[in-house]
Each structure stands twice: as structure tokens, then as C-alpha cells.
Ligand binder design. Sequence first.
Ligand code: AMP
Length: 228
Amino acid sequence: MKLVLLGPPGAGKGTQAQHLVSSVGLVYLASGDILRAERASGTELADQVAGFMDAGRLVPDEIIIEVILNRLPDATLGWLLDGFPRTVRQAVSLEKALIDTGKGGIDGVVEIRVSDAVCIQRISGRRLCPVCNRVYHTHASPPAEPGRCDDDGTALTQRTDDHAEVVKERLRAYHETADPLASYYRDRGLLQAIDGDRDAETVKMAVMNAVAAIRSGDISSQAQLGGR
Ligand code: AMP
């Protein structure tokens, strides 16, 4: 199964993706993680994307399209894309690349809808272990010892683009492209929209129901219910 996960920063896509990947058995590809890894290893690409990322703006389509399409997993594997596509142009490029390489189209798109207020609240408390990448939240899922990773004791950090001003810009950038992108997939009968303002367990169930509907080819009835 080839799936795309849509949702604003702070929608809980990473948490939901982790669960989906382990329960459904998919290869996970997150555009933000790929760009951050490039930056950590100081590649040429890192120089091109750093300014956009630090300002919370989208990296230009021509750069991100090449980065992701070069990394698309083998056609025989199921995969889940998180953070890509973010614009209609990226979606069209993805569709074209899949057709050109005989990989077939994507099977479905799960959109987690979350209000800006909830996104800001979730992102401001987000902390990350720089060694094992485990994600914590200062209130919702704090580590046993404040500021330290439970797994390896490393001091937790905050993503530079998780600071308040940058988050506002990331949300603005998201809204600019999110609606046309959701419409693009809705028009193709691929979109499952879910109310993500609820607790993680409830959203998890809704995501699993959406994926079950995609798997059985019964997208329209679920989409009309909004995955609730
Ligand atoms: P994320 O971890 O998905 O929030 O992405 C972090 C940052 O990476 C974004 O704020 C953008 O600067 C950049 N980025 C990630 N994915 C894309 C994309 N599909 N198109 C453009 N920029 C992206």
C-alpha cells in the first residue's frame, strides 16, 4: 500500500506514522527528517535548504521534488510519505514519477486536521533526543527525568523551527498550500480526512479506520464521515 499523510506541523503525524508503520508494515519516508539529516551531515543540499527551514518556509518545489523522488522506496514495498507532497506541483510530480516508473499510483491519503491553537500548544512543548530521535512532550509525554532521554540519558533539545515565531510562519505556509492539495486528492477520490484535535488514541483509531477503508477501496463512505 502506498500512502500519503497530510496535516499541519503539530498534527501528530510522526506519532501516528510510527504506529501505522509498525502495525501495517510500511516503509516510512518523512521529508523533514530527510532534510534535517542532510543538514546534520553538512551536505551541499544542506546549504540550499537551511535558510528556508530556519525561517519556517517551504523549500522550493524543484529541490524537494528531486530529493524525495530519488529516495522513493522500491515498488514492491508499501510506503508512507509524511511531509511530502506539500503543494499540488509536488503531488503532480509524484504521480508522474510513479506512473513513469511503473509503480502505479498512490492508494490513499490520510489528512489529519488540527486547529492552529492545538498545533501551537503541541509544538511548543515538543522535545527531541538528538541521539535516538525519540520525541517527548513537556506535558503530554514527559521523560522520567526532566530534560533527559529515558532511553540513553541524552539532554533533550528543541527543534530550532519549533520556536513560537517560526511555528507561526510554518502554519501560515501550511495553510497557503494545504487546501488546494487536499482538494487535488479529494477530486481523485483518494482523500480520507480525520479530526485530529482529539487525543492520540482516538486519532489512532480513526487513522486505522481510514487505512482500512483505503485498503478495501471504500474511501468515499469514510471520507463523507470525516473518519469519525
Ligand atoms: P517538517 O518536519 O515536515 O515540519 O518539515 C520541516 C521543514 O522542512 C519545513 O518547514 C520546510 O522548510 C521543509 N520541508 C519539509 N518537507 C517539505 C516539502 N514537501 N516541501 C517544501 N519544504 C519542505
